[in-house]
Write a protein that binds this ligand. Sequence first.
Ligand code: PEP
Ligand code: MG
Length: 577
Amino acid sequence: MKTLKGISGSKGYASGTAVVKRDAPAVPQRYEVTDHAAEEERFRKARGVCEARFSELEERAARDIGPDEAEIFGAYRMILDDDAFFQKALSRSQSESVNIEYAIYEECRGVAAMFEGMDDPYLKERGADIENVCGEVIGCLSGAGGDFTIEANSVSDVIIVARDLTPAETVKMDKSRIRGLVTERGGTTSHTVILAKALGIPAIIGVEGLLGEVSGRERIIVDAYGGTVQIDPDEATFREFVEKSEREKKLNREYSLSAGKPAQTIDGFHIDVLVNTGDADSIKSFDAEKCDGIGLLRTEFVYMGRPDYPDEDAQYEVYGDIARRASGKEVIIRTLDIGGDKQLAYMDIPKEDNPFLGYRAIRLCLDRPEVFHTQLRAILRASAHGGVKVMFPMIVTAEELRQAKECVERAKESLRGDGLAFNENIAVGIMVETPAAALLSDQLAEEADFFSIGSNDLIQYVTVSDRMNERVQYLYDSCNLSVLRAIRMVAASATKRGIPWGICGEVASDELLLPVWVALGVTELSVAPSQAGKIKHLIGRIDKAKITAAVERLFDMRSIQDVKDSLGSLQGELSKG
Ligand code: PEP
Ligand code: MG
């Protein structure tokens, strides 16, 4: 048994079989090859290895999961058998004197683009299958492990072990089998953690030396309360884990009873608890009965995994559907927040030295009015079905907000012209996630209908520490007083102007900080769906009048640790009741 330590990202207990993601370069290295026979031989060997691997995965999936899930590996073997396709790659390798993995990559790109362009979703999927198979062969040829999502989809209880996960990878994984995520890299608000919270599964990040210790297939225990990962645990450790996780399940069942009820403090302050969504799975599983609506609909996923921008109807289908299913409850749709760590090939964004400080989110939308216009029309059309609000990310100046609001007016005008229905009085708000917006919050409050604090970004920009970098997590801390003071400033501006203000970053579901949000007068908290019941339950144990003085004292403390200790004591008192 081996124990490793990391940072707790998404709390919980889990156990399962390790599936390791070994990084292969996105584009295989290109080099000159003169011995074509040797290259052909290398390819034959790699094909044989993949063939054996697919057969093994097919057998395992049939045994552990079911025949339907096993079928895909049969299809992969058929693609692998496609001599015509691989012959083209071999000919390209010979005629261009390039290594075979590069030739396969080039051939695959052409074929995948052709499938992607098809209207039939079934055929589109086949394009993705071809890419998966080629990725596997290329991975094998270049000494990497191939596409780990293929393997992950063949095991029933998976613990994903990786250096880091990209948004595109998380989209590809079959989440129903994943029990936990453990990564070497990443911060507490990286995509891995956001995904884990959305799925309600534990995640530990920043585990040094992880990939050196796990080779795959080991039994792993994840204790994401304490931040420990146990590899090949002994029987006593495993028994202890089972007991702890049973207790946790019981508590979660209790919390889930609160999800559908209104949340109110002991002294009668009501707080809406909404959920964050941002991928097809969480949209599908959204249940309006178990929350007060959607506080953040990240729309980037609508733009991902496709060859070109989604058109208005494709977007309207998603937004309209969710608005209808929310049955009149609030649905805050955030306009496209692409750039930074979220990139899309077809958007053709030039490479930047500092993408997080660069051309992203509202900046990009204002610069590409046709893209923005299409999205705004789709959001407005969805507003005809219920409580849709629109929200702009990364606002830095009041001018940006004004410009964006003008775009909303133009979109309304064009819908009127087309005779299409929408809510004329749709609320237009902003994410407060830049220090600039916090500092200008008194003025912005006069022009926005609501504020939603994007603490994930706000923390990184206030503390100048990358939210994805495990090395600076000691600074990237929500208990950093600079962050708490910034939030207090935003709260005061919103309260003075009488507009609703909420938090949609990960700190919204931080138990330790919950009394702070309550004392500052938060009107809504938007959290991962798995957290809504718990947060509502905990709000019900807070007496706002009683905690306010203790919270006030926090703002004058002199270290992060002092803040944490005080919050810890406060939490202790609250749990005593
Ligand atoms: C945030 O920054 O807090 C936020 C909710 O947005 P995202 O995590 O998508 O940047
Ligand atoms: Mg953000």
